[in-house]
Write a protein that binds this ligand. Sequence first.
Ligand code: MN
Length: 489
Amino acid sequence: MTINQVINNFKEHNPKTDTTMIQLAYDFAVKAHTGQKRKSGEPYIQHCLHTAFVLVQIKADLEAIIAGLLHDIPEDTEYTLADIEKNFGKEIADLVEGITKLSKIKYRGIERYRESLRKMFLAMAQDLRVILIKFADRLHNLRTLESLPLEKRQRIARETLEIYAPIAGLLGIWRLKWQMEDICFKHLYPEDYKKLAYKYEVEKRFEHNQYIQKVKNMLGAKLKEAKIPFHLTSRFKHLYSIYLKLQKKERKFDEIYDVFALRIIVPDIADCYKTLGIVHSLWRPNPERFKDYIAVPKPNGYQALHTTVYGPEGKSTEFQIRTEAMDDIAKYGIADHWSYKMSGGHSRDSKKQPVWVKEVLNIQKETENTHDFIKQIKFDVFHDRIFVFTPKGDVFDLPEGSTPIDFAYYVHSDIGNQATGAMVNDKITTLDQELKNGDLVEIITDKKRKGPSRDWLKFVKTATARNKIKQNLKSSMMDNLKKFIPNIK
Ligand code: MN
């Protein structure tokens, strides 16, 4: 991969945008990562280039692509976020900072990790681009998984399937979702993957191709008769979705014929319905499989007519009929469809809930098979909240204005009671210091310390910490009293 490939592909969709900054970011990244290598042995800069290239493919904007090139610099090189801000401005520095924070989450068992990652995703959701960059980064890491030890490989694959892929689906970025899923499938279930891939790509391909050609010919002739200009493409479904299908319905591979979908692109909406009529006049539709997403678009903006018919030889065959514009939305999801700026852009103001978050909430309400992670989390819980890390990589969310003492009591009452000081981002701070989003907090404790200090009540922010301090003050007061008046209750 070269920077010219990135720039040229970007220019295809953005012919008028000045791309000097992309080149400068590349030069900076080359300098910063000099001498570094990936596990695969490749120069590190390849990872930056691939990340940026994925972002170009999903039509991310200029700033996201620049941040994609720079995303590992604060974490892995001697250059800092401040250097990035000095050279590329605050907007890009903020994006890179978001990625850096996401990467601070360490893996400590899937349950804990999942929770942390979800929280962070939601925290970063204020700028959708951070998530897009993280996805692009993840996709390239997946593509180079081979160089990692088995256990790590499987762990990354599992967490991608459980967290990243469903989020990509929610955002309608199907391309990324499918690509990620197939790679994870390969690493998690290598035997099943091999078998399926062979059946699918070698044994059945010829048969499928013949079948599709037949359908295309029949349909094409009718569409020409009706004078509807059309563009017909066929798409094999991705392996992981077939795998799930096979498992769910306990069907045999040979019984699954809708492993391919035919897509018909026509000029306008009227043509969509005319084409639907033609498909139905050729083959008998399965009424249960008909969906009119033009009249009732999916909440993420997706529009098309879907129908499954009993095609030639009675094989179940799926059609998706849509216009060019609808096709763009379907391919790139909200990465293309929703403007980032409109969605609150890089604003840190959590009071302004980004439009897309609301949309995701709508998706949650309206889509039955939405991954249940969104269900577990109410967005207003995250209103005005900050996310801070323990040294071990757990994440706690606290109200804005929380202090190390609040944090300490959230982690454990004992830690609160024995707190004597705090390190925030590796620097000693006072216990009343206000914490910021993304801070790494370590509480210094003294086991001999008997309990909290009354002074803490003056600055703690959370009811949890306040109550625990009061409780402990009371009980240590009672302890003291008991020493003098043994019969007191
Ligand atoms: Mn990376």
